[in-house]
Design a protein around this ligand. Structure first.
Ligand SMILES: Nc1ncnc2c1ncn2[C@@H]1O[C@H](COP(=O)(O)OP(=O)(O)OP(=O)(O)O)[C@@H](O)[C@H]1O
Length: 696
């Protein structure tokens, strides 16, 4: 099955149109994919001879000098001309063998006695101890004492074990905020200290996290020289790097930090950058927020693979649980072990002649030993509690009218279409309306439920023509009047207002007043909630999926009279960490406004103890990432999450669906239910909601 690639970068997200996403799983317990230190209840894949497992101390491996146990042997190399089906089957067999042997190393010969990670004594996992880490980090000579939490020590040992066994890939999938960054950096430090391997290492992360990585590297591994290679500033280095790489000379750093966009675009500069990176042989290529690599058909995946292919190790960090998705699992396997898994884009189900369920089960079992995932509930009992609250808000007349008008308008259109179609299911908009239209209608309903200024209703077409003439005569636009009119007709009320404000057009039906910003039920709720939170000493993160909504929220916070900072995809990468630091350190700043995508991943915002999800995503994991910006190590207060839901609108349905996804019976997901058809599901869901709105 050919998958449609749909990748959203920071910039694209700003112009994002609504696209609900797939079923994800809540706080799986046990985790979605069994991880080595948790338990061994899932039997290993039945691809190879496999003796029963036992729990052994990793300590026992210390005498084992057979580095590279699991490397491909010459006679394992598959002939190029082999049929894809044989190649894939052989790859799976080989991987199962590696997986089974690794499992044996981890659990010994009677895995049944192996308990969950939280019950495992830390002292039993000892390739390195805290003392080794102190020594490697030079803690004695420094003011900073790098003390790992017990489960982090296990994480570092897990990575070292895989390295020792010559395994080219690993996934550290601890829940968000448990310190994956620190574990990965300590691991790199230990490679230098124990294996005399100073890199070079390539770290790839979202733009918002570049500064954080640089800072943590400087703090936890001060002896490394680190180069942040991003944005316009990289021009200063590109010549030198190009020269050195062409000349076969080593790079002038231990670690280079780049962001994913370097692998997404086709500009000359980006191509040149990739060429430079391809010339060096990397010790470790480390990918933060690695769920970004779940689609092997994406440019990002392919371009990054072309650089990472020859690395000794590809290490992926992600806090998002992995899914029961054949293609995602295959993408990860292939990224970890490209030599083994390089397959053409083929239909895996047909290729492997197996049912989804069975195949997913096998692949998950095989991936198990390469993945380490711990949950907060397992390892951080002392972490502050997280309290979830849903605030149902009620629209007042003007917003309600706008919503009803939209329903009427779209209903009329749908009926007109039905009249033209002879045979159709009159209770279902899918099949009556074009796909794009279904999605557009849905977005419009969501916009009105969030804020009526997100559609154009106050300014009519005559107003728009009048403003267009005025602005055109002022020389604001260098194009024909007709084009200006056409352009302004696509604006919503808030955009028109902003334009008028900018050019000082205030007379007549000019700019809007503060009352207009309070026309939404959610803004009214904020006007009640925020002052009382402020009075009780709380500080707040407010998330929205739309930057235009963030603009309106800025205005709302000004009207309410609270101080704030803002971070979204358009925020300069170099400014992002400063905003985070300002917010965390300056308690006079009450709120931080963030876009769910740019601000939802990786940032540490423990200065706040309250999160407001202004508009939810269909995908509850996206909102959970946002919540965990302040519910993480370093948080000392209980964290409260408020979800705003506008009553009687599609908002309620989105919430219900997200909730259902979170509480979906774990057994169903564990069994490998096919949730691969993301696009189809989105359409179906939106179609159902619209059908009940427009066809009744
Ligand atoms: N052992 C430790 N000692 C002190 N601080 C720590 C330790 N481990 C982690 N932290 C701090 O906890 C915070 C969360 O860590 P980190 O950002 O690495 O988590 P993460 O698992 O990568 O989260 P996410 O999945 O959200 O990116 C950071 O501020 C980090 O400096």
């Amino acid at each position: 099955m050919k998958r449609v690639f749909d990748e959203i970068s920071d910039e694209e997200w700003e112009n994002h149109t609504f696209k609900p996403s797939r079923v994800l799983k809540k706080n799986p317990n046990p985790p979605a994919i069994e991880s080595f230190a948790f338990n061994s209840r899932t039997p290993p894949a039945d691809f190879s001879d496999q003796s029963s497992d036992d729990c052994v101390e990793i300590e026992q491996l210390e005498d084992d000098d057979s580095d590279g146990d699991f490397k491909l042997e010459d006679d394992d190399v598959l002939p190029e001309e082999a049929a894809p089906v044989n190649r894939a089957r052989k790859a799976l067999q080989k991987c199962a063998k590696i997986s089974a042997e690794l499992r044996k190393e981890l659990y010994g010969s009677s895995g049944a006695s192996c308990e969950r990670y939280s019950e495992v004594e830390t002292s039993s996992v000892r390739i390195v101890t805290q003392n080794d880490i102190d020594e490697a980090c030079g803690a004695e000579e420094s003011d900073f004492q790098p003390v790992l939490k017990p489960y982090q020590l296990v994480g570092v040992n897990f990575l070292l074990l895989l390295h020792r066994k010559g395994i080219g890939g690993a996934i550290l999938a601890d829940e968000m905020g448990l310190g994956k960054t620190i574990q990965a950096i300590t691991y790199l430090t230990l490679l230098k200290h124990l294996k005399n391997d100073p890199g070079p290492h390539l770290i790839v992360c979202p733009a918002s996290l570049l500064e954080n990585w640089e800072r943590e590297l400087k703090k936890w591994c001060p002896s490394f020289s680190v180069l942040q290679y991003h944005g316009a500033a990289r021009a200063a280095y590109s010549k030198e790097l190009s020269y050195l790489s062409k000349a076969g000379l080593p790079p002038p750093f231990n670690v280079i930090l780049v962001c994913y966009s370097l692998f997404e675009r086709h500009s000359m500069q980006q191509k040149d950058d990739r060429k430079i990176l391809k010339r060096w042989r990397w010790s470790c290529v480390l990918m933060d927020e690695a769920h970004a690599l779940k689609d092997k058909n994406s440019y990002r995946w392919k371009n990054l693979m072309s650089v990472a292919r020859n690395a000794n190790q590809r290490l992926m960090l992600t806090g998002t649980p992995l899914q029961n998705d054949l293609h995602e699992l295959w993408s990860l396997l292939e990224f970890m072990m490209p030599d083994l898994f390089a397959t053409e884009d083929v239909d895996l189900k047909k290729l492997l002649n197996a049912e989804d369920r069975e195949l997913i089960g096998r692949m998950k079992s095989m991936l198990g030993p390469f993945i380490l995932r711990r949950l907060k509930s397992d390892v951080m009992q002392q972490l502050a509690p997280k309290i979830q609250r849903v605030e149902y808000v009620t629209m007042e007349k003007k917003q309600d009218d706008a919503y009803k008008e939209a329903i009427e308008e779209y209903r009329t259109f749908s009926r007109a279409r039905i009249a033209k179609l002879s045979e159709s299911d009159l209770n279902n908009v899918v099949g009556i309306l074009p796909k794009r239209q279904i999605s557009n209608y849905f977005i419009q309903f969501r916009k009105i439920a969030n804020h009526p200024l997100l559609v154009r209703r106050i300014y009519n077409d005559e107003d728009v023509v009048r403003f267009a003439k005025r602005l055109h005569s002022m020389g604001v636009y260098q194009c024909t009047l007709d084009r200006v009119i056409k352009e302004l007709k696509t604006y919503n009320d808030f955009s028109v207002h902003r334009l008028l404000l900018r050019y000082g057009i205030t007379g007549g039906k000019g700019t809007l007043s503060d009352e207009h910003v309070m026309l939404s039920a959610k803004c009214q709720a904020l006007a009640e909630l925020l002052p009382s939170l402020k009075k009780s000493g709380h500080r707040v993160l407010i998330f929205s999926q739309w930057t235009s909504m963030l603009d309106i929220l800025e205005w709302t916070l000004d009207v309410i009279g609270v101080t704030y900072r803002r971070l979204d995809g358009s925020t300069q990468v170099t400014d992002r960490q400063t905003i985070v630091d300002d917010f965390n350190n300056d308690t006079s700043i009450f709120a931080c406004l963030l876009s769910t995508r740019a601000g939802g991943q990786g940032l540490n915002l423990t200065g706040a103890d309250t999160v407001v999800i202004h508009d939810m995503d269909f995908n509850p994991q996206i909102d959970r990432q946002a919540e965990d910006r302040c519910h993480r190590i370093g948080q000392t207060k209980p964290v409260t999450i408020y979800r705003l839901v506008t009553k009687g609108t599609v908002d309620e349905t989105v919430y219900e669906i997200a909730k259902r996804k979170l509480t979906l019976d774990a057994a169903v997901l564990e069994s490998g239910m096919d949730v691969d058809k993301e696009g189809e599901m989105a359409e179906k869901t939106m179609g159902q909601i619209l059908s009940s709105l427009l066809m009744s």
